[in-house]
Design a protein around this ligand. Structure first.
Ligand code: G6Q
Length: 580
């Protein structure tokens, strides 16, 4: 059994000794290592792109009737059809060669065995432990972490049950009708996305709300229709020091106390999710009402932890366990499947093919499912915060492109907006089209229409429309010859635009869990090949520091910190034009 269980080598040691060894190991790899873009595998892919560039996918389909079958993987109720990509079997072999050169196999085992892969913060990366439904021991610092994980899950179960059953009552004895999660980034996007994705499973009598932005309008508009007596706030912050979250939490507490006028009410209307019990107590939340997690859970990988508390309240603990189970099944697939049949690995390699060899700059995530409408936002953080890096894990500048810009919205709205550029613009934009085979709302023929739109887009992007086809179409429509000549260049679609299609049986808790885990591992594999640390986020930390400096000057007109002339001018403008 690779991966799980007590690990070997450097990890046979416990305590500080192990810490030191693991930490050094991450840097030690650097000394004799050839940069990934200096490997023969990379060079082979570079020259292969020049062979592939002129090939048309529509011809590849004609030449090989088995192409779609050969380039599909079915796993965890998800079918990935990656045949509409600009690849041949040779491309895949070369990409797999690159994965081997980067030791993807070794790194996936390192992650599951609790190595401190996040070398700049000296932390392990063990979100997979949070959904380890096999309950096999996972060792970290000489300790099996599963009992701790299970204890928090049990606490979440008992709390969410009591809220859902109306046993947890507000200060005036009323049952909770509205739950407001206050958190940002990783402490917001995951639960927000999952609660929306699983809305079908929610009891409409218990409503979930999410407040993240420090803009007061977000909180004010959210609480406006709510009754403080029946509202519960979850303050979710790993560090419990994040400005936005604490500011919103304080304002929410004031809002509550304006009506309930009793400090004791806070205990009944505020719970916290954090790694920092000291700060939680300082804020005034009873630490009995705090749900713990650990620094080996990265913020953007934390919806499986107590950060998922809003999800458990929304859909109930049994359904949350199903979600963990779905993720666990994808973990097992990722850990054990051969790289050539491994869904996250194949998606990662295709992404690298386009970013590094075909110079694609962005990647679109296009869910044809209203419930998945926050998935692109969620993946934007997961991907861009993880792989938006310009140095390798060893601190050397990368000489190749890393994470693409990830964006998208739920179909079919995008078709009436930005798809124009995907079809006929000058950039190649690889897309992921996602759609459930079965809708939760099989009303009239909506779902068939939705499905038809989704597949039609993937087909059109791949095939395009040739000069001949465009001409024939206009002739059939009875257009005059000179009009046809004028319009022809505009009516031609180059095609050959790549996409993955992911068909999901249905958006259930378990399939959602598998889907998220799929993307997490895709991102991980790309980070391994790019040799970046996918688990730190120094750019986010920078934002946290910078705002503090300017805030001092906005609070106190007399204060003046050194700034460039533009920033200084804008601060002065703000002071001059404030109404109060
Ligand atoms: C995620 C990032 C970041 C983080 C937020 C909120 O991986 O670290 O998005 O989640 O900055 O941080 P707190 O949970 O500490 O408030």
């Amino acid at each position: 059994m690779s991966g799980y269980g007590r690990s070997h080598g450097a990890h046979l040691h416990t305590g500080n000794r192990k810490k030191t060894i693991s930490f050094n190991v991450n840097f030690k790899y650097s000394t004799n290592m050839t940069e990934i873009n200096q490997t023969t595998e990379w060079a082979a892919l570079q020259s292969h792109w020049t062979e592939m560039e002129p090939l048309q996918m529509r011809d590849l389909f004609t030449e090989n009737p088995e192409r779609s079958e050969q380039m599909s993987i079915r796993q965890c109720g998800i079918l990935l059809d990656y045949s509409k990509n600009r690849v041949t079997q040779k491309t895949l072999n070369l990409l797999l060669g690159l994965a081997n050169a980067a030791d993807v196999d070794g790194w996936r085992r390192r992650m599951f065995s609790g190595e401190r892969l996040n070398n700049t913060e000296n932390r392990a990366v063990l979100h997979v432990a949070l959904r380890n439904r096999s309950n096999r021991p996972i060792w970290f610092d000489g300790e099996d972490i599963m009992p701790g994980v299970n204890a928090v899950l049990e606490k979440m179960a008992s709390f969410s049950d009591s809220v859902r059953l109306g046993e947890w009552q507000g200060h005036t004895g009323k049952r909770i009708t509205d739950v407001v999660n206050i958190g940002i980034g990783g402490s917001n996007l995951g639960p927000l996305m999952a609660c929306e994705a699983l809305k079908h499973y929610q009891d409409p009598a218990l409503r979930l709300h999410f407040v993240s932005n420090v803009d007061a309008s977000h909180l004010v508009e959210t609480v406006k229709p709510l009754n403080p007596e029946t509202t519960l706030f979850i303050v979710a912050s790993k560090t419990f020091t994040t400005q936005e979250t604490l500011t919103n939490a304080i304002t929410a507490r004031n809002w509550l106390l304006e009506t309930l006028s009793d400090e004791a009410a806070v205990a009944k209307h505020f719970v916290a999710v954090s790694t920092n019990s000291e700060k939680v107590a300082e804020f005034g939340i009873d630490t009995d009402n705090m749900f713990e997690f650990w620094d080996w859970v990265g913020g953007r990988y934390s919806l499986w932890s107590a950060i998922g508390l809003p999800i458990t309240i929304a859909i109930g603990m049994p359904a949350f366990y199903e979600m963990l189970q779905g993720a666990h099944e994808m973990d097992e697939h990722f850990l054990h499947a051969d790289l050539s049949e491994n869904m996250p690995v194949i998606m990662a390699l295709l992404g690298i093919w386009y970013v590094d060899f075909a110079q694609a700059k962005t990647h679109a995530v296009l869910p044809y499912d209203q419930y998945l409408r926050f998935l692109p936002d969620y993946l934007q953080q997961a991907d861009m915060e993880s792989n938006g890096k310009r140095v390798t894990r060893f601190g050397r500048p990368v000489e190749y492109a890393t994470g693409p810009v990830v964006w998208g919205t739920a179909g079919t709205d995008g078709q009436h907006a930005y798809y124009q550029l995907i079809h006929q613009g000058t950039q190649m934009i690889p897309c992921d089209f996602l759609i459930p085979v079965n809708s939760h709302n099989e009303t009239d023929d909506h779902h068939k229409k939705l499905f038809a739109n989704c597949l039609a887009q993937t087909e059109a992007l791949m095939k395009g429309k040739t000069r001949k086809e465009a001409r024939q179409e206009m002739e059939a429509a009875g257009l005059e010859a000179d009009k046809i000549v004028d319009l022809l260049p505009h009516k031609i679609f180059p095609g050959n635009r790549p996409s993955n299609t992911l068909l999901i049986d249905q958006i259930t808790p378990s399939r959602l869990g598998s889907l998220i885990a799929l993307y997490e591992h895709k991102i991980f594999v790309q980070g391994v090949i790019w040799r970046v640390n996918s688990f730190d986020q120094w750019g986010v930390e920078l934002g946290k520091q910078l705002a503090g400096v300017i805030l001092e000057e906005l609070m106190d007109k007399g204060k003046s910190n050194p700034h460039d002339a533009s920033t200084k001018g804008l601060i002065n403008y703000f002071h001059r034009h404030r109404k109060r």
